[in-house]
Structure formats: structure tokens, C-alpha cells
Design a protein around this ligand. Structure first.
Ligand code: AMP
Length: 403
């Protein structure tokens, strides 16, 4: 893997694609700076070598005005709101270019001296970014001498700055540290997994997870299913699920996953009991019942205590664990127990020497809710990118740098 460690940036202008797509509140204050912090080591390495840094990123999904112009502006999505915090984290002033291309960007980049850092305005103020337009990518490329991709969170998009641009740096393109860490952790799980390997899949629906489950069946020993998707599996097998979340059009797919797992020798653990409620609310009336016999008017919102114990034992005996998606509606305190128990079991397995990778928005939120971020092996910063990597074996942004 070509990383920033294999490149000497002395006297070079490094054009670095980062993922500064951070949440902002109504006053434009950053509410979670994890993604900014994750990019700091790469920036520091370039500066330490004697290079200068041109940072480019997107922020949110700005919509162009109706008349469609390129290079529009929307205060809500301006990266200028990031400058002050970024400067503080780096302990050095960061300058800002109000457009990512054109004379503003050109002259700001040209004026950069070794040790200096420039942040470009939101790439998505140009429609050509997400369209992956080659001329736009080429114009961006003229700003720097070397391209660094450290934006794992958008590596599954073939956008101008994440993928198309790489071809303009045939001999000068490398991965940043965040990207390298993410790729190493996926590699450890997908290609170098110590067995037994357990995947824990939860979350709301089966529909978004079919491809990833099918592709994991070739690699894993155990598949634990939880969350809303469990009830589709139960109903498909003839169970009574009350008013639980069920995707009626996915019943056959659930059965196919079960039979494929059997053919491939994968043990599947579907919950045996559930905590069901008479409304989708934290203060709803709740009962713990056999998952095949949920009374009418009740919906399963968490896995039950027997399932927690079965899952915990499987997880504790694993050497590799991949977790995507909560076991229940963990946002509500009365239905978080199954998710918390799974998180605790992963921490226990990790302490016993297992490698644990947590990926996908809501399991990351759960791990952070219980403050277990430092007690698991790796927490991925890119939910969609991680899932797509597992489904398809690579990502456009990764291939573009490797080619
Ligand atoms: P996903 O984005 O597919 O990983 O889904 C995460 C969401 O699934 C979370 O917001 C959970 O509250 C929700 N979820 C988990 N279990 C259930 C359930 N039994 N019924 C409804 N929603 C659930």
C-alpha cells in the first residue's frame, strides 16, 4: 500500500482529499469533530517533511439553485465554519479559499509556502464534483504536485476529487494514514480473519443488508441476526410477530439466506426471545416473550435475555468479530439492553485477544454511547464505504490510487 510514509513531501504542495463532513448546529458550531481529528496525522506528516497542504472536502449535500449554476454558495454548507477549529487542532493558522477552483484557488495555492495549510471551499458547490466531471478533476489537480486520499468515508463514490482526479497524478498519489488504517482493518477481517469469525448484523431492515450478508457467508463461521430485520426471518419461518417491523417482500430472501448459510456451514443465530411493546415509545407497555409468539398489538423492539446470553457466548468464543447494526431500538433506554449486551460481549472478546471491527453508523453510535470506543480493535469512520467494500471487495477511490 502506498501511504504518506513512502513519500517525501519536502518542497511539494500536497492536495489532500479529506472528509470534513462534520455535523454543525444552527450556529455553525461543530458538534462532533471526529472526522477532522482523524485527518490531523496525515497533515502533520506532510508539514514535518517540509511540504505544504491544500485540503479539499465536501460538507453535507448542498442543493444547487433552480437556475443550476456551477460554483454556487450556501452558507449552511460552507467549510469556512471549520477553519477556526481546524487551526486550533493543528496549532497553526489555516487559510481559506472561497472557491475550490478558479483564480481564487489558483492564487491561494500558488502563494503557499512550506509548512502552510490552505482549506478550499466545499467541493459540492460545483455539481461537477459528484458528477465526476473530468475537466473539473483536472482543474483541481493543477493546484498540487501530489495527491493524497485520506477520505475513507467517501471512497465508495467515483466523484471528481475522490477518484477521477487520481489519473492526473500517475506517479504521485498515496493514501493518508486514516485511509491506510481503515484498509488495514478491513483486510484483517476479510482476508486474514482468525477463526471463529462472527458477524453481528442488526439495524432496521434486511433490504439494505442482503448483499453484505451474502458476501460474508463465504467468510464467516457465525452470523448473529438482531434488530428489526430479525422479525422478517421469524415471519418467513412461520412465526407470529405481531406488529413488528417486517418486510413482506423480503420473506423469500430471508429463507434463501438461511438455506445458503446451511449450505456454507455458517451457524445462524436468530433471537429466540424478544422484548415487545404495545407502541413505538420508550414508555410503552413492555413484555418479554418467545420471539415466535408475539401477541397481536405488540412489536418487538429489542432482543430478549435468553438471546443476549446465547449471543454473548458465541461472541466471547470468537477470534474475529464484525459488528454492523444495533440489536434493538437502542436510542430508547427501555430497549437498549440487547445492544449494550452485544457491545459488552465484543469488549470481552477483544480483551481475550479477538480482533473486533465496528462499522456502520448506528453500531458506531452505540459503541460511543457506552464509551467502548477504546475497548474494541477498530471503529470505522465510514459506514457506507465499509459496507460497500465488504460487498464488492474494493472501492473506486481505493482502486484509483492503487492503479
Ligand atoms: P440501520 O441504519 O439499518 O443500521 O438501522 C438502525 C436503526 O434500526 C436504529 O435507529 C434502531 O432504532 C432501529 N431498530 C433496531 N431494532 C429495531 C426494531 N426491532 N424495530 C424497529 N427499529 C429497530
Amino acid at each position: 500500500m502506498k501511504t504518506v510514509d513512502s513519500y517525501n513531501f519536502a518542497g511539494k504542495k500536497a492536495l489532500v482529499r479529506v472528509d470534513f463532513n462534520v455535523p454543525l448546529d444552527a450556529q455553525y458550531a461543530i458538534t462532533d469533530d471526529t472526522r477532522i481529528r482523524a485527518a490531523i496525522p496525515t497533515i502533520q506528516k506532510i508539514i514535518k517533511d517540509g511540504g505544504s497542504v491544500i485540503l479539499m472536502s465536501h460538507l453535507g449535500r448542498p442543493k444547487p439553485p433552480k437556475d443550476g449554476g456551477e460554483g454556487f454558495f450556501d452558507e449552511k454548507y460552507s467549510l469556512k465554519h471549520i477553519v477556526e477549529h481546524l487551526s486550533a487542532l493543528l496549532k497553526t493558522p489555516v487559510t481559506f479559499a472561497t472557491n475550490c477552483i478558479g483564480t481564487v484557488a489558483q492564487s491561494a495555492a500558488k502563494a503557499l509556502k512550506p509548512g502552510e495549510i490552505l482549506l478550499l471551499e466545499n467541493l459540492r458547490f460545483h455539481n461537477q464534483e459528484t458528477a465526476g466531471t473530468e475537466t473539473f478533476a483536472k482543474e483541481l489537480s493543477t493546484l498540487g504536485d501530489v495527491y493524497v486520499n485520506d477520505a475513507f468515508g467517501t471512497a465508495h463514490r467515483a466523484h471528481a476529487s475522490t477518484t477521477i482526479i487520481a489519473k492526473f497524478f500517475p506517479n504521485d498519489k498515496v493514501f493518508g494514514y486514516l485511509m491506510a488504517n481503515e484498509l488495514a482493518s478491513i483486510d484483517k477481517v476479510l482476508n486474514k480473519a482468525e477463526k471463529p469469525f462472527t458477524a453481528i448484523m442488526g439495524g432496521a431492515k434486511v433490504s439494505g443488508k442482503i448483499l453484505i450478508i451474502e458476501s460474508l457467508l463465504d467468510k464467516i463461521d457465525n452470523l448473529i441476526i438482531g434488530g428489526g430485520m430479525a422479525y422478517t426471518f421469524i415471519k418467513a419461518q412461520g412465526g407470529k410477530v405481531g406488529s413488528s417491523l417486517v418486510e413482506e417482500d423480503k420473506l423469500n430472501i430471508a429463507l434463501k439466506i438461511l438455506s445458503d448459510a446451511k449450505t456454507k456451514g455458517v451457524n445462524i443465530y436468530i433471537p429466540v426471545d424478544t422484548v415487545a411493546a404495545d407502541a413505538f415509545a420508550n414508555d410503552a407497555k413492555k413484555i418479554t416473550v418467545d420471539i415466535n409468539a408475539i401477541p397481536d398489538g405488540f412489536m418487538g423492539l429489542d432482543i430478549g435475555p435468553k438471546s443476549e446470553i446465547i449471543n454473548a457466548e458465541v461472541i466471547a468464543n470468537s477470534k474475529t468479530v464484525l459488528w454492523n447494526g444495533p440489536m434493538g431500538v437502542f436510542e430508547m433506554s427501555n430497549f437498549e439492553h440487547g445492544t449494550k449486551a452485544a457491545a459488552e460481549a465484543i469488549v470481552t472478546a477483544t480483551k481475550k485477544g479477538a480482533y473486533s471491527l465496528i462499522g456502520g453508523g448506528d453500531s458506531v453510535a452505540a459503541i460511543n454511547k457506552y464509551n467502548f470506543g477504546n475497548d474494541v480493535s477498530y471503529v470505522s469512520t465510514g459506514g457506507g464505504a465499509l459496507l460497500e467494500y465488504i460487498e464488492s471487495g474494493s472501492l473506486p477511490g481505493v482502486k484509483a490510487v492503487e492503479e
